[in-house]
Design a protein around this ligand. Structure first.
Ligand SMILES: Nc1ncnc2c1ncn2[C@@H]1O[C@H](COP(=O)(O)OP(=O)(O)OP(=O)(O)O)[C@@H](O)[C@H]1O
Ligand SMILES: [Mg+2]
Length: 291
């Protein structure tokens, strides 16, 4: 399967897995995943305040946020609107500085956007005058990645994302789901260690969202990616994650850290019929104050 080409050279589970991906390859990747070597993302007592306009008092968006995400983990963040989830992702991505505390990725303090981290936003940032193929290549071009390397990886990636037939189309000719897949492709082409996702499927219908959830899990499962996802959907968080972090209202901090002990690989019908799935959804709903 083309997906296996997404694995970083030298980091493949084994030659056998590469030759025979599927249940065994996924299981092997899973086994490796369980050996979380060390935290890849470390947020320590981070805080952020914003100056208010017109002389009003500055306010705290985030206060004393601490969290860790292990290598190859899939972690989701839930929290009320305005609690600082996007701010936190921007800080981890190096797009905004923290005012207090520290953030390290891969043991190095984050001070600016780095090559290890890719960000997928709620709406894709595709340039309307470029084709889908050119948009997906754009990040690699800006980063001056060797063209041969990019072109070698592209067909498998397009195949994985179901976009092979659409490389020469323009963004306005795609559905919302396809545009989000293209945005994810743009990031995956850069082979980041960490993919930060800020409500990437929030604007999509339930069916498309389900399908993209499954695709995202397949990509993650067979690669070495670490994913930190912000979502408003408790169901999405439970279905996808190893752990779900629940943030408090503003100033946001991490209130709960819930381990999701459901077997992988996950499939919507099987996973959702597991009684533990319902219990996690109920538990998280209570934490979120839904009921
Ligand atoms: N650049 C900025 N300047 C001033 N205030 C900001 C800025 N960015 C965010 N804020 C404020 O910080 C707080 C947190 O915003 P943030 O976008 O991080 O919340 P969020 O949890 O992502 O919300 P949502 O779930 O609605 O996306 C909000 O009160 C917001 O108004
Ligand atoms: Mg947000």
């Amino acid at each position: 399967m083309a997906l296996v080409n997404l694995l970083r050279a030298g980091e493949r589970a084994s030659a056998a897995d590469a030759a025979e991906p599927g249940a065994r390859g996924a299981q092997s990747a899973r086994d490796e995943r369980d050996e979380h070597v060390a935290a890849l993302i470390e947020v320590r007592h981070a805080g952020k305040h914003y100056e208010a306009r017109g002389g009003a008092q500055a306010f705290s968006a985030l206060e004393d946020v601490s969290l860790e995400v292990g290598q190859r983990e899939f972690v989701s963040i839930l929290g009320p609107s305005g609690c600082g989830k996007s701010t936190l992702l921007r800080m981890i991505a190096g797009l905004a500085p923290c005012d207090t505390g520290s953030i390290c990725v891969g043991g190095r303090r984050v001070s600016e956007p780095g090559e290890d981290i890719g960000v997928v936003f709620q709406t894709s940032n595709m340039l309307p005058w470029l084709t889908v193929g050119a948009n997906i290549r754009l990040g690699a071009k800006l980063r001056k990645l060797p063209r041969a390397q990019v072109e070698a990886r592209l067909p498998a990636l397009l195949d994985t994302l179901g976009l092979a037939q659409f490389v020469d189309r323009y963004p306005h000719e795609l559905s919302g789901g396809m545009r989000q897949r293209a945005a994810i492709g743009q990031i995956l082409l850069l082979e980041p260690r960490v993919m930060l996702m800020d409500e990437p499927f929030g604007a999509l219908d339930a069916l498309t969202r389900d399908r993209l959830n499954v695709e995202l899990l397949r990509i993650w499962q067979q690669s070495t990616l670490t994913v930190l996802l912000v979502t408003h959907s408790i169901h999405e968080a439970v279905f996808l994650s190893d752990r779900v972090l629940v943030m408090s209202a503003r100033p946001g901090h991490v209130q709960h850290d819930v381990k999701i002990d459901l077997p992988r690989p996950r499939q919507p019908d099987q996973t959702r019929s597991d009684p533990r799935y319902g219990r996690y959804v109920t538990e998280l709903s209570k934490m979120m104050g839904v009921f």
